[in-house]
Design a protein around this ligand. Structure first.
Ligand SMILES: *Cc1c(COP(=O)(O)O)cnc(C)c1O
Length: 359
């Protein structure tokens, strides 16, 4: 067996230790005589797995007691539609900031359920920066303000949490949750699909402040009603049990790395050396404003796009996989989530230098 360095944007590489433990426990989870896949979600074994998983997430993110943590299905994309239906609170308007492809999708979907006020947009820059914070327009009758803390496709990441006074701040953290320390109490609601930094696809984490519960519109399906799910520990119906288990293993692994403080330091180091290599080269270029370059997703283009195919072919042959950029932007993208080792980043940098030397 040989494993490649997998730079996929999501689903993405997982820690080998996690995969090995899952393999080890596949047929018989800790003496239960069954696979986690085969367990009743109401039985004592799975309840223990679920409780430990939730507590580990609360510990890692230091989630205050006045927040509920939900584990839902439907991906982050389902939340694009569910957030307005759950927290508009009788209002008709919500404010959104557009920093790239994922905020654009969130805005489009929210527009089916409310009037979207576009508070700020980086579209004219080609989504290579974050609009200056003090220029954002937020109407006083907007129910909340939504932004995307890391734009997975454009490689743009907020370096700080925007200060929006009293309005509930809602954030799509799908591609940078668990990658850095941050203060949960600044937010009304945080959501993230698992398949970037937390595990396989199929489970979406929603962290919601208590005062935003109980506001759900009557037409919303019960399984997507935040308060009903909070009351039933996200088990209103059968959850994605195996995905919860794998998410739990990734959280345990994250704790063994030293938690978010240690993980953040490693991520800073990995991202810095990759951007430095790109900036120092003649062949490669990253278009993003240095202040807002993502630590998770590093897009880059070659000075001669005619070399793209050859770059990808040789990279694949060298065990560096899934480097094509998103089809909407082209070029290359290296996603270097928590589970991408520093050795993987070093191997990519060495390969890029060698490719530049020989082309
Ligand atoms: C991947 C991603 C999504 C979409 O997630 P799904 O689980 O496929 O719906 C949304 N937002 C961001 C920032 C993402 O990276």
């Amino acid at each position: 067996m040989s494993r490649v360095f997998n730079f996929s944007a999501g689903p993405s590489t997982l820690p080998v230790e996690v995969l090995e433990q899952a393999r080890q426990e596949m047929l018989d989870w800790q003496g239960s005589g069954m696979s986690v896949m085969e367990m009743s979600h109401r039985g004592k074994h799975f309840m223990a797995i679920a409780e430990a998983m939730k507590n580990d997430l609360i510990e890692l993110l230091a989630i205050p007691a006045n927040y509920q943590v939900l584990f839902l299905q439907g991906g982050a994309s389902a939340q694009f539609a569910l957030i307005p239906q759950n927290i508009l609170n009788g209002k008709t308007k919500a404010a959104y900031v557009n920093t790239g492809a994922w905020s654009t999708s969130a805005i489009k979907e929210a527009g089916k359920y409310c009037e979207v006020q576009l508070s700020a947009s980086a579209e004219t820059s080609g989504f290579t920066t974050v609009p200056t914070l003090n220029t954002w327009q937020i109407d006083s009758d907007a129910a909340y303000l939504h932004y995307t803390s890391n734009e997975t496709i454009h490689g743009v990441e907020f370096s700080e949490i925007p200060d929006v006074a009293d309005i509930p701040l809602v954030c799509d953290m799908s591609s940078n949750i668990l990658s850095r320390q941050f203060d949960v109490s600044r937010f009304g609601l945080i959501y993230a699909g698992a398949q970037k930094n937390m595990g396989p696809s199929g489970v979406t984490v929603v962290i919601v402040r208590d005062d935003l519960l109980g506001l759900t519109q009557d037409t919303v399906p019960s399984v997507f009603n935040y308060q009903l799910q909070a009351k039933s520990d996200s088990m209103l119906n059968t959850p994605a049990t195996y995905n919860w288990y794998l998410l739990g293993l990734v959280l345990q692994w994250s704790k063994r790395q030293g938690g978010l403080a240690a993980i953040e330091q490693t991520n800073i180091r990995k991202a810095q050396k990759l951007y430095q290599a790109i900036d120092a080269s003649v062949l490669y270029r990253n278009p993003v404003d240095p202040e807002y370059r993502s630590r998770m997703n590093v897009p880059f283009v070659l000075a001669d796009a005619g070399l793209d195919k050859e770059f990808l072919r040789l990279a694949d042959a060298a065990g560096l996989s899934s480097l094509p950029g998103h089809r909407s932007v082209g070029g290359m993208r290296a996603s270097i989530y928590n589970a991408m080792s520093e050795a993987g980043v070093d191997a990519l940098i060495d390969f890029m230098a060698e490719f530049e030397r020989t082309h």
